[in-house]
Structure formats: C-alpha cells, structure tokens
Design a protein around this ligand. Structure first.
Ligand code: ZN
Length: 293
C-alpha cells in the first residue's frame, strides 16, 4: 500500500513523536535543553537542537552490549577498544547543523534521535533520521575499511529465505551480525506468501561503496546492511526527480510493518523510519535499540 493517502493524518503523529529525544551525553547545554518540550521544539523549527533523555551511563551500556567483540570499556568521554584504541564520544565541537551532523557525526551524535523500534508506521518529522549518521572511525574500528580489504575476512554467507526463495548474502560475522540476520531470515521465511514480493529478490548486501551523493562510506561496506526487494521500495533521492517542489520529497513507503518489526527485534534499524527515506534498507545498529526489547 502506498503511504501517501494517510500521510496528512500521520504527519501530526510524526511531529509529536518524531523529534530528537536523545542527547549528546556531554553537552554543556543539557540543563537549558531539558527545558525544551517536544512541542516547543517543533514550534521553534530548529531540528538540530537536542533534548535530554539518554544519560552517559545509558549510552555506555548500549555501546558495550551492542559490540561485545570489540569494546572493552566506556570511560568518561572515551570508547576503549580491546586492542587499546580509544575514540572520543563527543568531539567537543558543540551542536552541529543537520548537514554537519550527517557528514561528520561523533559517536554521541549517532544517538541524536531516538530510533522508534517496535512502534507503528508514521511519517517521520522533517530531518528526523535516527541512525542515518555513522561515525566512520567507530565503524571502521569494528568492521574494518572495505577499501583496504579488511572487511572481507569477516564476511560469511547467510542463506536468505531458505524456504521461499534461497539466495546467499554476505554479512559480517563480527558481533554476531550474520547470526542476527539468520534469525531475521528464519522469521521472514515463516510469513505468509503475500509478503514474498517485499523480500525477494534482495537488491543487495555487501558492497564497498560510498553513500550516493556523498563521500561517506555506506553501511553496506561494513557488511551490516541488506536492501530488500527493489520493486517495492522508495528512496528519497530517486523521488527527487519526481517531486522537485520539496527539499526532501513527500514520504512514501510500501513495506509492511510486520517485516520492519522482525528486523528491529534482531537489532536492525530501517531506512523507512527516516525523513530521508530509504525503505529497502536495513542495517545492524543494536546500539540504537534498547536491549530489553
Ligand atoms: Zn541499503
């Protein structure tokens, strides 16, 4: 089903629910920002502001439980990897504009928006893109840099939809990503046949490339992302040709929530939750989903 018909109704819901509820853990402005409510946030029209809802302790807990193979500790402003490497959580540069957030996020910036795991489908608020910003140093530390060949050794073959229409996809074995995708696949494989057209053939998994229109490495280059059926998908960059009136085209989606919920249960986020929508795209980002879910 196309989503446009109910966009107007859901837009209201999206605006109330969809704001950046997570915090930079170490901002000097936390106290002032706590005074901002969701409604004043949207009324003010400043989508690069922050509100406080994730403490530094919660952020540390999320990172450690998401990446047990690689992270040994989180201390103060540092993520400490098992080989002793340290990366800063907050780069100290203060609040970023939306474009700077997307192009040069620090680790805290990755938590700027609350990813709405398990929630109903809604039209995302303007520039609500939870998980779309990735700190390159962080992900290259965990999965490697595909351009220098150090992602490949960790890639394993996963059989996608063993019963419905078997295909092999390459995913990283680090931190259990491939195993999580096997869990997703097993559950999707058990769905009724009316879901098949959304799931097969897949449009892609591991590819060493930058994100279209940028020089930022794609999640596909880390072996943590999969694109499901192209024929049922909507992507904001493709729709720009169709809708030139808006900076970001009007949101469209056809992917059923049942599919999204299964991915989210296993730690994958969905590009259909982004205002810059990419509805075929799922990537393993367990740090954005509360572990108890
Ligand atoms: Zn993708």
């Amino acid at each position: 089903m196309e989503f446009e018909a109910i966009a107007a109704v859901n837009d209201t819901i999206g605006r109330v629910r969809g704001g950046p509820l997570l915090a930079r853990a170490f901002t000097r402005h936390v106290a002032a920002l706590m005074a901002l409510t969701a409604s004043t946030f949207f009324a003010s029209g400043t989508p690069h502001s922050y509100a406080q809802s994730l403490s530094g302790d919660a952020l540390a807990r999320r990172l450690k439980s998401a990446y047990p193979d690689d992270i040994s500790a989180v201390e103060g402003n540092a993520v400490i990897f098992k080989d002793g490497t340290r990366l800063a959580i907050d780069d100290g540069g203060g609040e970023k504009s939306f474009d700077a957030w997307l192009a040069r996020p620090d680790i805290a910036d990755m938590f700027r928006f609350t990813y709405p795991a398990g929630e109903a489908l809604t039209v995302p608020a303007s520039d609500f893109d939870p998980g779309r910003a990735r700190n390159t140093a962080f992900f290259e530390k965990i999965y490697g840099n595909c351009r220098t060949g150090d992602v490949r050794p960790d890639l394993v073959s996963v059989v996608w939809l063993k019963t419905k229409a078997p295909q092999r996809v390459l995913m990283s074995a680090r931190n259990g990503v491939a195993e999580k995708l096997r869990g997703v696949s097993a559950e999707l494989d058990a769905l009724p046949s009316r879901f098949d057209r959304f799931l097969t053939p897949i449009a892609g998994s591991y590819v060493c490339r930058a994100i279209a229109g940028t020089s930022t490495p794609s999640a596909h280059g880390y072996g943590i992302a999969i694109d499901i059926a192209l024929s049922q998908s909507n992507y904001w960059r493709w729709d720009q040709r169709r809708d030139r009136r808006h900076r970001v085209p009007q949101y469209r989606n056809a992917i059923p929530i049942e599919i999204v919920a299964i991915f989210e249960k296993h730690g994958f986020i969905w590009g259909g939750r982004w205002s810059h929508y990419d509805t075929m795209h799922f990537e393993y980002r367990p740090e954005l989903i509360e572990p108890s879910r």
